[in-house]
Write a protein that binds this ligand. Structure first.
Ligand SMILES: *Cc1c(COP(=O)(O)O)cnc(C)c1O
Length: 503
């Protein structure tokens, strides 16, 4: 540049690129974080004393922090990065889409990417679904389904205004917006907001410390549903559930066939069925959708998390034609579904989703996801004998390891005597996460249940390392607790199993 040339006026200058990040180390980023951020589901007071990693990049299944430390991503960045990070095919698709357009609205216009994605989703979705409505999170996907179900009844032949209530499951989690909280059943998250919520009727889910115990409890729960439907079947708009497993409840698996029993009863009573596959969709269950595994056909299906391969906020509510058809009418009949979000059908997110879905449909992909589940299950099996592990639950490639301060032996009927949970204030699950992090893995507990939900593409050696880290972290986190009772023989057994493992 000619040094004599006067510098151009401010407005004409090239825009200044964002400041390079290299100037700050982890400590400085953490200090800034504590000053400006409010983290989700976080007691900010405790947060300010914690040395959390600040992630700057990733490679495959590994997250890398600003100080260059590497962590296996044990929860797929909250259950969504199903192919891991920086996936070449998705990177390329997003880049190519950026060269076309990042976003254009679906209000009054079409857009190539969401149209193409809808066609591709319907090709693989459970049979009977024929329309795709986009939004941007799991919560909104459920919110949309609830509103569709409700409004659908107002518009059916003659208009059914009695069907205004929702059936949901105890311990359910469907997101954090007011509608999805209304059909939630986790008091820790939801109780505060009760006065704001619409009434939903909870159906109990089978409880117990083992699949056998829960299977024994199933009839009691189905009987409650039978009663509810006998009393007021024609007052329910829809039953909303997560097929097969309740993720946020702590990967609580439902007994085999239980989901199908619930759905069959709802169906028989003319109640619509909303399946929330925000967590289980896209291979996590061992099938592309848990609805296939549970052999159920929902009227509405909610997808998010893994839909865009975990790249961008994108959600979809798929609807059966009969739900959709109820909304058809003359303009002035006001049967329109009056709902939409600014970023509905965002092209960039849809481009990522199309690339992700193409990977899911490639030969061998599902088999690989199943093999990962088996690998993790084999590695975690010895934990069943651990004196502070109540249960290791598995659904496909989702795992929940429930920790307790003490427990007796597993009885033949699937029960466990003398279960004593850890005190809430001890934050045992959180301690496991900290101990795992120090060893190079990121996991996120749900209370005292340690959740493992790695990218479905994680290779066997990383899976074994993840398991090793989590087992060590559990041992460290439960140690020095001053348990109230002496170990009941599990400890010796567990040491034996682990020694045989060579660990
Ligand atoms: C995570 C989750 C949601 C909420 O999704 P967000 O994108 O966080 O709003 C809803 N349902 C299930 C089953 C989930 O796991």
């Amino acid at each position: 540049m000619d040094p004599d040339e006067p510098s151009p006026p401010q407005a004409a200058r090239e825009p200044r690129p964002p400041q390079p990040h290299a100037a700050r180390d982890g400590a400085a980023w953490r200090a800034l974080d504590r000053r400006v951020l409010w983290h989700p589901f976080t007691q900010q007071r405790g947060w300010s004393g914690e040395d959390f990693p600040v992630i700057a990049s990733a490679e495959g299944c590994t997250l890398i922090d600003v100080d260059g430390r590497r962590y296996l991503d044990g929860v797929s960045s909250l259950w969504c990065a199903i192919h891991g990070h920086r996936v070449p095919a998705i990177d390329a698709a997003v880049g190519a889409q950026l060269a076309r357009v990042a976003h254009s609205t679906l209000l009054g216009l079409g857009q190539v990417e969401p149209i193409a994605l809808a066609e591709e989703l319907l090709e693989v979705a459970p049979p009977g679904l024929s329309r795709v409505f986009y939004s941007d999170s799991g919560s909104t996907a459920v919110e949309v389904a609830l509103k569709m179900a409700f409004q659908h009844w107002r518009h059916v032949e003659g208009g059914d205004t009695r069907r205004t209530r929702f059936l949901c499951l105890q311990d359910a989690y469907h997101g954090d917006t007011i509608g999805s909280v209304s059909v939630g059943g986790i008091d820790l998250f939801h109780a505060t907001f009760r006065p704001l919520l619409f009434a939903a009727v909870q159906v109990p889910v089978p409880h117990g410390p083992s699949p056998t115990a829960r299977a024994h409890d199933a009839a009691r729960c189905l009987a409650v549903l039978d009663e509810l439907l006998a009393d007021g079947a024609d007052t329910f708009a829809a039953l909303v559930l997560e097929p097969g497993v309740q993720g946020a409840a702590g990967i609580r698996t439902l007994p085999e066939g239980f989901t199908a029993e619930l759905v069959a009863r709802a169906r028989a009573a003319g109640v619509l069925v909303i399946a929330d596959e925000v967590a289980t969709g896209f291979g996590r269950s061992g099938r592309l959708f848990a609805c296939e595994r549970e052999v159920v056909r929902p009227d509405l299906l909610c997808l998010a998390k893994g839909l865009s391969g975990g790249y961008l906020p994108l959600a979809a509510t798929l609807a059966a034609e009969r739900v959709y058809a109820a909304f058809l009418g003359e303009h002035e009949e006001l049967k329109t579904f009056f709902h939409g979000h600014t970023f509905t059908g965002n092209a960039l997110a849809c481009a990522a989703a199309r690339a992700s879905l193409a990977l899911c449909r490639a030969p061998g992909w599902l088999e690989r996801a199943r093999a990962l589940g088996d690998e993790l299950a084999a590695g975690l099996a010895p934990l069943a004998a651990h004196p502070q592990v109540l249960e290791v639950r598995r659904y496909g490639a989702m795992f929940g390891i429930e920790l307790v301060r003490a427990r007796g032996a597993l009885r033949a009927d699937g029960g466990v005597d003398d279960v004593e949970p850890f005190p809430l204030a001890r934050r045992t699950g959180h301690r496991v996460a900290l101990a795992a992090r120090a060893r190079g893995a990121v996991v996120r507990p749900l209370g005292d249940t340690v959740v493992l939900m790695p990218p479905l593409t994680m290779d066997a050696s990383d899976a074994r390392r993840l398991v090793r880290i989590v087992c060590e972290a559990i041992d460290e986190a439960v140690r020095d607790d001053g348990a109230t009772r002496p170990p009941t023989g599990h400890e010796a057994a567990s040491r034996r199993v682990r020694a045989e493992d060579g660990a």
